[in-house]
Ligand binder design. Structure first.
Ligand SMILES: C[S@@+](CC[C@H](N)C(=O)[O-])C[C@H]1O[C@@H](n2cnc3c(N)ncnc32)[C@H](O)[C@@H]1O
Length: 216
């Protein structure tokens, strides 16, 4: 699997302007695995965090604990940190250096804190259940579906708002994956689709879904 690992040469920067005019500078890679770039589902998610709908529905992020699974470049978690959350960005071990670089690049903007840690889905971790668990575009390969559901279940209690974005893909195997994920997650979680009209006015798209889940 091609991943950034410790060699951070070959980065290029994507700028993302937040509503408060903060400009996040997110390092990405031209070549590598899926975690190396910012996905559209992450832009929709990060934009939604800044909407009035988000704060009215789920409260302020300021002072709240956030864990993000499969952070990739970290843009969603970094946005939450700018908004005052204390964020733990996680991914496979090889992506932690990229996350640390992006944390360092953006630390002066953060009202909250951010740090990065390895978290492979399905593995035991001693992390307290956060106020918010974020997952952006992580339903995409079969072997990871059950471990991902295990991590979501392990890291949530009844108070955790689990919010997930994903891009709806039309191939039969991706649709089957999606069905498998929701069948498993619905055993323990109430699942609500956040209607498109509640998303950010600009960063929204018919094929990118935002889902809110809470433990039953
Ligand atoms: C499609 S990318 C999305 C990245 C980022 N969340 C975004 O939306 O831009 C999926 C992410 O999941 C991570 N991932 C894949 N399998 C994983 C596993 N078994 N455990 C932890 N992270 C994993 C990848 O490394 C990658 O960063």
């Amino acid at each position: 699997m091609a991943a950034p690992s410790d060699d951070l040469s070959g980065c290029f920067v994507r700028e993302f302007e937040l509503k408060n005019s903060t400009v996040l500078r997110v390092n990405q890679f031209e070549v590598g695995d899926v975690g190396c770039v910012v996905w559209d589902a992450a832009l929709v998610f990060a934009s939604y965090l800044q909407t009035e709908d988000f704060s009215k529905s789920y409260g302020t992020l300021s002072g709240k604990s956030v864990v993000e699974l499969g952070s990739g470049t970290g843009i969603v978690g970094l946005t939450a940190a700018v908004l005052g959350a204390n964020v733990l960005l996680t991914d496979l071990e090889d992506f932690v250096p990229l996350l640390e670089l992006n944390i360092k690049t953006n630390e002066t903007h953060s009202q909250g804190t951010s740090k990065a840690q390895t978290l492979k889905w399905g593995e035991d971790v001693s992390i307290a259940c956060p106020d918010f668990l974020f997952i952006s575009d992580c339903i995409y390969y079969d072997e990871s579906t059950e471990p991902l559901v295990t991590s979501i279940t392990d890291l949530s209690d009844k108070h955790t708002h689990v919010i997930m974005s994903y891009e709806k893909r039309t191939s039969e195997n991706k649709l089957a994956l999606e069905r498998k994920f929701f069948k498993l997650i619905e055993e323990d979680f109430k699942v609500e689709t956040i209607a498109l009209e509640r998303h950010d006015d600009v960063f929204r798209s018919e094929d990118i879904l935002l889902i809110h889940m809470t433990k039953r």
